[in-house]
Design a protein around this ligand. Structure first.
Ligand code: CTP
Length: 401
């Protein structure tokens, strides 16, 4: 959810400010761009240099740009509008009270008042301050302004006392924000399983039978499903593609048998399954223990059929929306519909090898989406990223219908 988002982090003066270094790291790791506004007192608890280094952006504390001879100023309005999400953590009783009352005597408060995005605040203070009626009144006022509170937790406090008032841990702040942002997305709460890439079928310890699938289509589908709010299990054969997204779990496999086992392991929990892998249809009957020597002029390798993962999933289907791919060269629509029926699919994505730019080793694809009611929709040649958007739009419109 946070990938590609502009996150404005406001840090106020409490001991929990030291934990924001971890929060910044997690935000950056999630793919967010982070800018930080620090109150003067917060800089006693955490160094602006540390935060600037971690966030890769200058840290702002005052309206004036402190660089020598600079006539620039830090524009709170621009900052507020730049942010997709603002997080104030730790939020002290003092800052919360000022926010609740529209007081605007520092850059952080002015930026808060200028922000149009969702604003999260994670209070941190001693237990009696947390319980105080004036603090509770601040919480209520801020929530009535549609700011979102990330409640403090209980535990040992800096004062040595035990109770409520510890700032939520950075991981929990991230999870909280993610959950909020994903609620309302079309695939929020859904589990999506995707197979991708080629499979390698070993001949001996150094050789295999494989194919030219790049895995790109499956990886793009995984990214798009995650962008729509899903939790994704991406089962991929050997591929050079990389993925780093907190809602995507990459399960790496090599052979068709490994992919079969992984797909069946995760199937029961899945709401949507898309089999985009180019699974080898056959594998060597036996795998030589040692490297095969070139002893004779001819070499024959006996092959046996790999189990069809999609067919097996189709036979066990309960509530899953199951989608397959078909790569055809002739009678494309009829063959694809035949596969859809044989494998008990809800939909099939047809690629025709007759279409230039379509197929599995290109960065583009041209698809026809066919559902089990024989509704057929042909799309133009597009990047695989754009094709993934089309495929998931077709799927979500059917499961949310
Ligand atoms: N598939 C699979 N497991 C296999 C073979 C294929 O899960 N062992 C899946 C692919 O991921 C794809 C679909 O089945 O979603 C279509 O596979 P394809 O090879 O086009 O069709 P087949 O049914 O194998 O028929 P043929 O190769 O004869 O066209």
């Amino acid at each position: 959810m946070l990938g590609g988002k502009n996150i404005l982090l406001g840090i106020t003066g409490g001991i929990a400010a030291y934990k924001t270094t971890f929060l910044v790291r997690l935000l950056i790791k999630a793919g967010a761009t982070v800018k930080i506004v620090l109150t003067e007192s917060a800089s006693s608890f955490v160094s602006p240099l540390t935060l600037a280094t971690l966030s890769k952006n200058p840290v702002l504390t005052s309206f004036e740009d402190k660089k020598e001879d600079s006539t620039d100023w830090n524009n709170h309005v621009e900052l507020g509008l730049w942010a997709d999400v603002m997080i104030i953590a730790p939020a002290t009783a003092n800052t919360l009270s000022k926010m609740a009352n529209g007081i605007c005597d520092n850059l952080l408060l002015a930026t808060y008042l200028s922000a149009k995005c969702p604003v999260f605040f994670a209070p941190a203070m001693d237990l009696d301050m947390y319980k105080h009626p004036s603090t509770k009144a601040s919480f209520e006022a801020l929530q009535s302004f549609e700011n979102i509170m990330i409640p403090a937790t209980s535990g040992e406090l800096a004062s040595g006392l035990h109770g409520e008032g510890r700032m939520a841990e950075p991981e929990d702040i991230i999870a909280f924000v993610n959950q909020y942002l994903s609620a309302g997305l079309p695939l929020s709460g859904k589990n999506v399983m995707i197979t991708a890439g080629p499979t390698y079928e070993a001949i001996d310890p150094v050789r295999f039978i494989g194919n030219h699938s790049s895995g790109r289509m499956g990886f793009e589908l995984a990214k798009e499903a995650a962008r729509l709010g899903a939790d994704v299990i991406l089962i991929s054969g050997p591929s050079h593609m990389h993925i780093d997204h907190e809602s995507i779990t990459l399960v790496k496999v090599v052979s068709g048998s490994e992919m079969y086992a992984a797909a069946h392991e995760h199937y029961a929990k899945a709401d949507i399954v898309i089999c985009a892998a180019a699974v080898a249809d056959y594998r060597p009957k036996t795998v030589a223990d040692q490297k095969i020597k070139k002893a004779s002029d001819d070499l024959s390798i006996d092959l046996v059929k790999n189990k069809d993962i999609l067919l097996s999933l189709g036979k066990q289907k309960k509530n899953q929306f199951l989608v397959g791919f078909a790569l055809e060269t002739e009678n494309e629509i009829d063959n694809a519909i035949g596969k859809l029926k044989k494998k008990h699919l809800d939909a099939i994505v047809l690629n025709s090898l007759n279409d230039e730019g379509a197929g599995f080793s290109t960065s583009t694809n041209k698809i026809t989406f066919i559902d089990k009611n024989s509704h057929i929709k042909a799309f133009d040649l597009k990047s695989k990223e754009a094709v993934a958007v089309d495929i998931l739009a077709e799927i979500t419109s059917r499961i949310n219908a």
